[in-house]
Design a protein around this ligand. Structure first.
Ligand code: ZN
Length: 145
């Protein structure tokens, strides 16, 4: 089940300079910065109501964010929907013939599980699905252990 838009991600050359606009001029509070080694990306999450803005910065030349910026420049990178069971949603998408970028859930920020849907099937927008750490499936696995 899809719950809400968790975040909208913007590819930036530098989180530090992007924060001058988003945290400085626009005044978004409560910035959380984290490095996601698996994605070769540094992220800054800024809460806006029940959603967040995610600033994405590459940590290496071979980062997907570096590739994106060299092709298109800074800008809207993806939209992320929160789901309560990522494995289930990926199964549904696969059965519907959608192209997934990773076949299985990956480690995301703040202990979440994430997966990306290829933009060819979603009208040109890269879609991320995210199951938060406190999600139902995660609790289920913890109580099993
Ligand atoms: Zn994201």
């Amino acid at each position: 089940m899809y719950r809400k838009i968790d975040h909208i991600a913007i590819a930036v050359r530098s989180i530090e300079s992007a924060l001058k606009a988003y945290a400085g001029a626009m005044g978004f509070q409560g910035c959380h910065v984290e490095e996601i080694a698996e994605q070769k990306t540094r992220v800054a999450l800024l809460p806006v109501g029940e959603s967040r803005i995610e600033l994405l910065e590459a940590t290496g030349e071979d980062s997907p964010v570096a590739g994106f910026i060299s092709k298109r420049g800074e800008g809207l990178h993806h939209v992320c929907f929160e789901v309560d069971d990522l494995g289930e949603e990926l199964r549904k998408l696969r059965n519907a013939g959608m192209r997934l970028i990773e076949p299985a859930p990956q480690a995301g920020a703040e202990g979440s599980l994430i997966a990306f849907v290829h933009p060819s099937g979603t009208c040109g927008v890269l879609v991320e699905l995210c199951q938060p750490k406190s999600g139902r499936s995660h609790e289920f696995h913890e109580s099993e252990a």
